[in-house]
Design a binder for this molecule. Structure first.
Ligand code: PEP
Ligand code: MG
Length: 316
């Protein structure tokens, strides 16, 4: 199977009805970039920058160290675009495993991701400057996790302006970035108009979107059987986000596990998704599904799946 898939490496990801599909990679460290290229990904759709910050015993990387790391990822992708997500750590993703804070009763609902960044503007500005500097070396998109409130969006945008002004004052070179938001809290998926007003593109984080929509801790084995990507409520939020972006000509991708699940490929295509970001190991298997798909026929079926009362069996 691996060998057969490998032959698809240089085959463009185009459906039977001629739709071009963008298959991107999720990476955790700059050193993962070559594997993403080798897997046939046409860019990085999610660079989880928090991995640069983890397990360092509180010694956070400074601007230069971050800049070098982001630049290595950009260089490693050989001219392909790289979407760098700002740090997503906090209560449920501790910087240090030894520092898991038992005081947070609901860590997934606590100070994490953009909330954590906005609580420490100096730290956040350091990261924003490093990303802007890396953008001088290739096509870089900046992606912000866990937004729910317009006030968070505005604070983020003004800190980004401030970071640019700091670089201007220092005479430091930086490049342009496209700005994106993760849609991974139901509140965000239900206020798309606001997000589409402020952002160039959206990326759907289904791992958290499922967790928050269904009130299922994504790390809790005892409720894992209820963590259902096919729950009609989840699908509706995903479908709406895709449809709104498509209607407004804004880029939209899915970067949660759903994007790399070959059983979900046809459904996501039927819902109008044209950009998928996944673990590099999944790219060719998803491409195989894309090559066999006819989106003109999947559309009506996807609407039926959406309208179903209970999760539909996808195989067959
Ligand atoms: C997600 O929530 O789907 C996502 C891609 O982000 P993470 O898994 O890093 O929380
Ligand atoms: Mg997430």
């Amino acid at each position: 199977e691996r060998g057969r898939l490998a032959r698809l490496l240089h085959t463009p990801a185009v459906t039977l009805d001629g739709q071009k599909i963008e298959l991107l990679a999720n990476i955790e460290l700059p050193e993962d970039a070559p594997a993403a290229v080798a897997a046939g990904a046409v860019g990085v759709g999610l660079f989880r920058s928090e991995f640069l910050f983890m397990n360092r015993k509180g010694d956070l990387p400074g601007e230069d160290e971050q800049y070098e790391a982001y630049r290595r990822a950009v260089d490693g992708m050989q001219g392909l675009p790289v979407t760098i997500r700002t740090i997503d750590v906090g209560a449920d993703k501790p910087l240090d495993e030894t520092e898991r804070d038992e005081a947070h009763l609901n860590p997934a609902l606590g100070l994490r991701a953009i909330r954590w960044s906005l609580a420490d503007p100096a730290m956040f500005l350091t990261q924003l400057r490093a990303i802007l500097r890396a953008a001088a070396h290739g096509k870089v998109n900046l992606l912000v996790p866990m937004l729910a409130h317009v006030s968070e969006i505005r604070q983020t945008l003004s800190l980004l302006d401030f970071a640019r002004a700091e670089l201007d004052n220092r005479g430091t070179t930086y490049g342009p970035v496209q700005l994106g938001a993760m849609i991974e809290i139901p509140a965000a998926a239900l206020t798309l108009r606001t997000f589409l007003k402020y952002f160039d593109f959206l990326s759907i984080g289904t791992n958290d979107l499922i967790q928050y929509t269904l009130a299922i801790d994504r790390d809790d084995e005892s409720v894992a059987h209820l963590y259902d990507p096919l729950h009609p409520a989840v699908l509706q939020l995903v479908a709406n986000t895709i449809a709104e972006c498509n209607a407004q000509g804004k880029g939209v991708s899915v970067c949660g596990e759903m994007a790399g699940d070959t059983q979900m490929t046809r459904l996501l295509l039927g819902l109008g998704l044209r950009s998928f970001s996944m673990h590099p190991a999944q790219v060719l298997a998803v491409k195989q599904e894309v090559l066999r798909a006819d989106t003109s026929r999947l559309r009506a079926w996807a609407s039926d799946v959406l309208a179903a009362e209970e999760p539909v069996k996808l195989l067959g």
